[in-house]
Write a protein that binds this ligand. Structure first.
Ligand SMILES: [Cu+2]
Length: 512
């Protein structure tokens, strides 16, 4: 296993040198340090430079915190495509459906990295697979046309074995797609839209973020004791008494949130990971919403109804740790000192102060028509999820840079049924399973979603990440449109870095 991995790395390095030689000779690519390019179109609508580098920010009062941070600028095209962030988070990239985009990723982190556009359907060479990771000092050029519908997506690093660390230290950002269809829905206009990026961290007394997972962290994933929303502790927002569109993204390494309003009111969801629900599905109202790492939900919240109280909080309610054994260790062995580091702890996410005059709430909502479904007739796949000690396994196999097994190949333009089975072997843990390069439907679940979480699951709409509880089997419908090598993995970042990640291949698989 180790041997073949070394061989694979050598092959990638050789290919990289070859491509570097080609790139050096190409006049069109006059970029210092440019290494590799994804498919290059001649005239992109938008050219963005995204730089990842060490930086210092203020997370809470006291000394500044050392982070890794994305910064961005528009080199040509719409100036409003990059909205700087005030925290360590990367700028929010705001793209339009149909736009041809070039993104120059400049790695100045001091270590190998590559960026993945989470949830986006892009060509394989623009997907940020770890085989494209570049050393610090180099630039990787992505080119793609925005195919996704309007929605809330993400970007983050994806180097093999170091994703958890790089995200933890600050490398992540929102990627928002807008389109004409959402404009017809009757949603609150952009000044009444808020994004909430939720993360948890351990912040030392000197305000330092240190990523040093213990053995237990490596199993359960790294959990923090402090919630940072949009990069700050104890986040507070001032809102008007009217309807808002809230985009909520869980960008935590391993923490699952049970989102609820402090006044017990329901949450009204209009979108999941990958775009608005359709007219038949309608708005999804839940007493609480379960959000696993890197899942998103969009809510339509009427603060007018809460104006009397004047304040409201978004919280994460307590729940029993679905990784039963981890819960026992966290609660039993570690005792009270570990409060806030146990999956299922009650946490404060954001405070809202409602002020100002009540104004007209938004017009009635007209959700889009259902998308044309892809014909079925693809393959039937099944993947067993296991995590044993420090090693993640998918059908008994761990990650290898170039490997694709026969049960990891899906045809293009037909819907395959793919079952994720969290029923056997290993330790009982929930696994948020993510597939690159596609939007999938959740076709069904069988088994044991915990009773204190199952009413908060939203299976309507399109997704790119689905939470599979211990004892559960979840079927998704996947219809890839981009050919080539992509990946699927657990999005608990410590599980991913622990090898719970594999390549998948869309389209005809060539030998070798
Ligand atoms: Cu996992």
């Amino acid at each position: 296993m180790i041997r073949s991995r070394d061989d694979a790395d050598t092959r990638v390095r050789t290919r990289r040198r070859l491509l570097q030689a080609v790139a050096t000779g190409a006049a069109a690519l006059a970029l210092p340090g440019a290494s590799r390019s994804a498919l290059r179109s001649e005239t992109p609508d938008l050219v963005i430079r995204l730089v990842a580098a060490p930086s210092q920010v203020s997370i809470r009062p006291g000394p500044p915190t050392q982070v890794l941070r994305f910064t961005g600028e528009v080199l040509s095209g719409r100036r409003d495509a990059v909205r700087p962030s005030e925290s360590y988070l990367g700028p929010t990239l705001e793209l339009r459906r149909g736009e041809r985009v070039r993104i120059e990723f400049v790695n100045r982190t001091g270590e190998s990295s590559i960026v993945h556009w989470h949830g986006m359907i892009v060509p394989a060479r623009a997907d940020g697979h770890p085989r494209f990771a570049i050393p610090s000092g180099q630039t990787f050029i992505y080119e793609f046309t925005v195919r996704n519908p309007a929605g809330t997506y993400l970007y983050h690093p994806h180097p093999d074995g170091r994703t958890g660390r790089q995200v933890y230290l600050g490398l992540a950002g929102l990627l928002i797609v807008r389109d004409d269809e959402e404009r017809a829905v009757g949603l609150p206009d952009p000044s009444y839209q808020l994004s909430l990026v939720i993360q948890d961290r351990r912040i030392d007394e000197d305000n330092a973020l240190r990523f040093s997972p213990t053995m237990m962290d490596a199993m359960s994933g790294v959990l923090g004791d402090t919630v940072l929303t949009n990069g700050v502790a104890d986040a507070a927002f001032s809102v008007a008494p009217r309807t808002y569109r809230l985009r909520v993204a869980n960008v935590s390494n391993a923490r699952i949130y049970k989102l609820a309003w402090s006044d017990g009111g329901p949450l009204r969801a209009i979108a999941s990971d990958s775009g608005l629900f359709d007219r038949e599905q309608g708005m999804q109202t839940r007493p609480y919403v379960v959000l696993a790492p890197f899942q998103r939900v969009e809510l339509l919240e009427d603060f007018a109804g809460r104006a009397n109280a004047g304040r409201l909080s978004l919280i994460s309610e307590s729940f029993a740790d679905p990784g039963g054994m981890m819960g026992m260790m966290g609660g039993g062995m570690m005792g009270g000192g570990m409060m806030g580091r146990r999956q299922g702890e009650r946490l404060q996410i954001a405070r809202f102060t409602i002020a100002g005059r009540s104004s007209m709430s938004s017009e009635p909502l007209t959700l889009p028509r259902a998308e044309r479904s892809t014909p079925r007739g693809g393959r039937e796949l099944q993947t067993r999820l296991e995590f044993r000690r420090m090693l993640g396994l998918l059908n008994g196999r761990t990650f290898a840079m170039d490997a694709v097994a026969p049960d990891e190949v899906l045809p293009l333009d037909q819907e395959s049924r793919w079952a994720f089975v969290n029923e056997t072997g290993g330790m009982a843990m929930p696994h948020p399973m993510h597939i690159h390069g596609v939007r999938f439907r959740i076709l069904g679940r069988r088994g044991d979603a915990p009773t204190d979480l199952r009413d908060g699951l939203i299976d309507a709409g399109y997704h790119d990440t689905v939470l599979v509880f211990p004892g559960e089997r979840v079927w998704v419908g996947v219809a890839p449109t981009e050919p080539g090598m992509f990946m699927y993995h657990c999005h608990n970042l410590e599980h991913e870095d622990g090898g719970m990640m594999r390549n998948c291949w869309f389209g005809a698989r060539h030998a070798g």
